[in-house]
Design a protein around this ligand. Structure first.
Ligand SMILES: O=C(O)C(=O)C[C@@H](O)[C@H](O)[C@H](O)COP(=O)(O)O
Length: 367
């Protein structure tokens, strides 16, 4: 069943999220943005282009002034300024002006890059998010964080820039590659852990239906996840304070992502970072041992790692300190006071981090 949610920005209605089980309503929604008088460029990656590129281009036929599709090679390694430059060149060649529109069709990488191009091309043109992965639907397409990685550092260059619409076809998740599906689950679980213990319990209870990808359950899960994110980003759209809670699992997660040269998915790294942060929360006596183990073990049925081989803890510690979350020389670490309530803690020591890294560092017997 189609439903929608409006996101406020500075307390005013800003954009709608439409939840649907197909792409049929997309053109109707885009008509609300007057596409008949605009050029529309679909920005996507090589993988999503082969799955949905033709379908979206067919839907646009005769509905807008002119249509174009730009596709770049899939993968986090292409979330760079070089891809941004290629998109600018394409838009200039196609004579896109400020009244035109970009559609970001794909996962988090496509959404982040397209949003960044939209924020900067001609000092800002409109864009729409059409997220096609669980991670993008439940998390990254909402809240206006856009950007690229720089020199291997995650999301180092970017802008807060709001889409005009987010259109989610939840049924695309049915055929999403398993690793990508589970990667998104890490962010959903994060939402429960930081803000909503009841949602966390619901995820525990519905674990098997989620793994079976029942469309109704997936829609409910994505909608509930988006509602949690809505509450956080509406209060603090540009991360002056509380929005940093959404970084639970990311401080160590981003460091692992970089140290492993982006060979693990973002969600896999967030799961490892979340286990480490939950471990520190237990050591601070905020979580009980049972709660810590329950959180850790909940990642397992979703094929998410809870330990990792071949890491250099000192390197991860160093990378953790070069993440964007440093402020006046201390790390803004996100910990759990209890399940459903996260806090920003600036007193996490190097020793706390190294202990947490040894908890998630898998070392074979005899090594
Ligand atoms: O929207 C946010 O705010 C988030 O922190 C969501 C995160 O899950 C997401 O990965 C985000 O891109 C990380 O933000 P960053 O500022 O740490 O790069």
């Amino acid at each position: 069943m189609d439903s929608r949610l409006n996101i406020l920005y500075n307390k005013k209605p800003c954009y709608d999220i439409v939840f649907s089980a197909d792409f049929q309503r997309l053109i109707h929604e885009l008509k609300g943005l007057e596409i008949e008088s605009r050029r529309v460029c679909v920005v996507t990656d090589s993988h999503v282009a082969s799955l949905y590129g033709d379908q979206i281009m067919d839907l646009l036929e005769g509905e807008c002034k002119e249509k174009a599709l730009f596709s770049f090679p899939a993968g986090e390694e292409n979330k760079t300024l070089s891809t941004v430059k290629d998109i600018y060149t394409f838009l200039i060649e196609k004579k896109f002006d400020r009244k035109d529109l970009l559609l970001a069709l794909g996962g988090g990488v496509v959404g982040d890059i397209t949003g960044f191009v939209a924020a900067t091309y001609l000092r800002g043109i409109d864009f729409v998010q059409i997220p096609t992965t669980l991670l993008a639907q439940a998390d990254s397409s909402i809240g206006g964080k856009t950007g690229v990685d720089f020199d291997g550092y995650k999301n180092m260059v970017g802008a807060f820039y709001m889409p005009k619409l987010v259109y989610m076809n939840v049924s695309v998740l049915k055929t999403l590659d398993g690793r990508q599906f589970y990667s998104g689950f890490a962010e959903i679980m994060k939402h429960g852990l930081i803000k909503d213990g009841i949602f966390y319990e619901w995820l525990l209870e519905n674990m098997y239906e989620i793994c079976d990808r029942n469309v109704d359950i997936m829609q409910e899960m994505v909608e509930r996840s988006c509602k949690i994110k809505k509450l956080v980003v509406e209060k603090d759209p540009t991360e002056k304070g509380e929005r940093a809670l959404l970084n639970f699992g990311h401080t160590i997660g981003h460091a692992i992502e970089k140290s492993k040269n982006f060979t693990l998915t973002h969600g896999e790294c967030v799961a490892l970072g979340a286990v480490a942060a939950a471990f520190i929360s237990w050591k601070h006596s905020w979580l009980s041992m049972e709660e810590y183990y329950e959180i850790r073990d909940m990642f397992v049925p979703f094929n998410l790692p809870i330990s990792i081989e071949d890491i250099d803890p000192q390197e991860i510690l160093k990378l953790t300190k070069s993440d964007k979350k440093m402020e006046n020389g201390s790390i803004k670490f996100i910990l759990l006071k209890k399940v459903g309530k996260a806090v920003i803690d600036r007193n996490v020591s190097d020793e706390d981090i190294l202990n947490a890294l040894s908890e998630i560092h898998y070392v074979e017997d005899g090594e």
